[in-house]
Write a protein that binds this ligand. Structure first.
Ligand code: SF4
Length: 423
């Protein structure tokens, strides 16, 4: 689906301000969906709605109006979780049905109504469907897979904070996501709402650790998805991070613009604007995610002054062909997102059916470099198992070195010689 296709600009209501009921004291410890009601007509803005989403809403949520659909609280309240819910919108295959009913513990299944509207109801091989609906392959462990392949637990000085690189810390603000990706690196943590692993007390302790560690100049707020937090809680956290003198950069990692674009409300962008300089890494998987709604969400974030970079996990049968990858990367540029990282899929337990050989990732970079603008070429990295950090992977372009002359091949496999300088 392209951004231009099916675009239908409708006048709908923006998200109303949060009520006093979602005050920080009650909202911060629990990242569960905030209480909602029908959106009140606080402020009218234009938010596009694709014809596909419109038809989906009328078919599966006939009682909901446009203002409900465009209210992120309504989307969270109506998230599809059970086989029965999902089976209403998607014709589940026997394999998917068996996987969902045999699934116990671990990564839950959840799909926002908005994201469900992008899924092909009749094709189990549809790329977005494979990233959201479990299959039996997910229940099988393969050699080399681990619950915590990146060794994050061993680099976590206190719960909810990972300190791997000297000058950066990862602040796991919540374990809640509005939709759960089957390949999530933190599948051991996310979605375990009843465990309330990240609570107010952990936030305070994580902030204290950062305050006491002057080497940390860059904090990445992630999770789970921090944009699922209530406005007041997110604002409190960002402002407290901003108040630490040695924290120069704050970043947010989120998939919200892809799965819940209506969350990018004017009240949220006001908060984000206040927290500038703030960077944002947006998780995208496939060009089908680049809808008019997502373009609007990214436009609002960019207008709030946030530099936007993308993160994509390379996935077998989802985005591991050159055409899909080109459409995704060039499509991201069109919605003001700079392709940043292409990740080799981490070997979490039950991920073999989604992982590709590393050679496939190198092939993807070759298919991009020289064929699209340099801004559209992400950095391909393997996150080293055990906590070694990101290892950049590049196709080999240097083919020979002799007598002070380097021989390179270019993107068309033509050879060029460069007179290198002596030391
Ligand atoms: S949005 Fe991010 S944290 Fe949440 S399930 Fe997907 S990959 Fe994991």
């Amino acid at each position: 689906m392209s951004i231009e296709s099916n675009a239908e600009s409708l006048s709908v209501e923006d998200d109303p301000p949060q009520s006093a009921a979602t005050c920080l004291a009650t909202a911060a410890p629990s990242p569960a969906p905030a209480p909602t009601g029908k959106a009140s007509p606080a402020k009218t803005v234009r938010f596009p709605q694709s014809r596909r989403a419109l038809e989906f809403r009328k078919r599966f949520f006939p009682q909901a109006g446009q203002s409900d659909w465009n209210n992120w609280h309504w989307q969270l309240q109506h998230t599809l979780r059970s086989p029965a819910d999902i089976g209403r919108a998607v014709n589940l295959s026997p394999d998917e049905r068996q996987a969902m009913s045999g699934h116990s513990g671990g990564l839950p299944t959840a799909i926002t109504p908005y994201y469900a509207s992008l899924i092909d109801a009749d094709n189990p091989a549809h790329p977005l469907r494979r990233t959201m609906i479990p299959s039996m392959a997910e229940l099988a462990a393969s050699p080399g897979e681990a619950e915590d392949p990146l060794g994050e637990e061993s680099q976590s000085p206190i719960p909810g904070l990972i300190h791997r690189y000297p000058d950066r810390a990862l602040f796991l603000a919540t374990e809640y996501c509005s939709a759960y990706c089957r390949y999530c690196t933190r599948s051991r943590l996310v979605g375990q709402i009843e465990r309330k692993r990240y609570c107010w007390e952990h936030w305070e302790r994580a902030l204290a650790y950062i305050r006491e560690t002057p080497a940390i100049r860059d904090v990445i707020v992630s999770g789970g998805d921090p944009l699922t937090l209530p406005d007041e809680a997110l604002e409190w956290l960002l402002m407290n991070l901003r108040a630490i003198p040695h924290v120069e950069v704050v970043r947010i990692g989120t998939k919200t613009p892809a799965v819940l674009p209506m969350r990018i409300t004017s009240s949220l962008t006001k908060i984000l604007r206040k927290a500038n300089p703030l960077w944002m890494s947006l998780h995208f998987t496939h060009p089908d995610e680049l809808t008019p709604e997502t373009a609007e969400a990214c436009g609002r974030l960019a207008d709030a002054g946030l530099p936007l970079g993308s993160q994509t996990v390379l996935l077998r049968g989802v985005n591991d062909d050159a055409d899909t990858m080109r459409r995704l990367m060039t499509g991201l540029m069109k919605i003001r997102v700079r392709p940043y990282y292409l990740y080799q899929c981490d070997p979490i337990v039950g991920s073999a059916h989604l992982r590709t050989p590393v050679a496939k990732g190198l092939e993807m970079i070759e298919a991009l470099r020289g064929h699209v603008s340099g801004y559209a070429v992400p950095q391909y990295v393997v996150d080293a198992p055990g906590g070694g950090g990101k290892i950049p992977m590049l196709p080999e372009y240097l083919v020979a070195r002799a007598d002070g002359v380097l021989t390179f091949r270019n993107y068309r496999d033509r050879l060029y010689r460069y007179p290198d300088m002596l030391e």
